[in-house]
Design a protein around this ligand. Structure first.
Ligand code: ADP
Ligand code: MG
Length: 255
């Protein structure tokens, strides 16, 4: 059984007129994008097109220059926003896994739950074990990052994000740093998150160069270039029958 996805009126992520400049360099030049609750949107585009900056504006790792970002109906760009509260609702997985080297897999999944959510040790460990089992690492809870492959480390990072109970998950090229044979395990975990056996899948905004994943898992694909959305639509349309020359040129390089 596949998850049934229903559009809800309050989009999980609503980005309107988003601009971001670093000095004179305007990196995002008016982005409008909506990710509905339970929807998976993949963002593709050349290096330097502003994909990471877009994700970083959603969880306020970068402060937008103009425009609005709403997550679950809450305007995260409002001046009085509680940044820590916003970040608790948004899970983020980066290209580099950023695990603490001196903590085991279990310790890495426990620590933010303890420090940020103030969960008790027993509860945090129970949730960490559940999440590590969910990403296929039940037998690695006691391993240190150096004892794990890149793909296993990235799955710990995903478990760590999920343990915080986020409403949405942002992925920034989560498989780009991995050896090719390890990519599949991480994409498999993401596929399971998007399309669980029961219930609604996680709302996901995923920057990736994995066109197979985008074609199979994304509800929509967004092609960005030069800080704007050039085109978006169902994966079969954008990837296999792009409307714009810039999209065709990009795809001819990555496919
Ligand atoms: P992408 O993820 O699509 O490769 P990025 O969002 O990382 O693109 O970067 C887009 C542009 O923004 C690049 O020209 C980059 O140099 C610039 N940029 C990104 N972050 C910063 C920053 N913190 N300070 C200055 N320039 C930045
Ligand atoms: Mg990037």
């Amino acid at each position: 059984m596949t998850a049934v996805k229903t559009e809800t009126s309050g989009g999980a992520i609503e980005i309107g007129g988003l601009r971001k400049a670093f000095g004179a360099n305007e990196v995002l030049r008016g982005i409008d994008l909506r990710v509905a609750s339970g929807e998976v949107v993949c963002v593709i585009g050349p290096s330097g097109s502003g994909k990471s900056t877009l994700l970083r504006c959603v969880n306020l790792l970068e402060e937008p220059t103009a425009g609005t970002v709403r997550v679950g109906g809450v305007d995260v760009t409002a001046p009085d926003v509680d940044i820590d509260a916003v970040r608790r609702r948004i899970g983020m997985v980066f290209q580099s896994f950023n695990l603490f080297p001196h903590l085991t897999a279990l310790g890495n999944v426990v620590i933010a739950q303890r420090k940020v959510l103030r969960r008790g040790r027993a509860e945090a460990e129970r949730i960490a074990r559940e999440q590590l089992e969910g990403v296929g690492l039940a037998d690695k809870t006691g391993s240190y990052p150096a004892q794990l492959s890149g793909g296993q480390q990235q799955r710990v990072a995903i478990a760590r994000a999920l343990a915080m109970g986020p409403e949405v998950m942002l992925f920034d090229e989560p498989t780009s740093a991995l050896d090719p044979e390890l990519v599949g395990d991480v994409l498999g975990v993401m596929r399971g998150l998007a399309r669980p056996g029961e219930g609604r899948g996680m709302t996901m905004l995923v920057v990736t160069h994995e066109m197979g994943f985008a074609r199979e898992v994304a509800d929509r694909v967004v092609f960005m270039d030069g800080g704007v959305v050039v085109e978006e639509g169902p994966p079969a349309r954008v990837i296999d029958d792009p409307a714009h020359e810039r999209t065709r040129t990009f795809l001819s390089r990555v496919l």
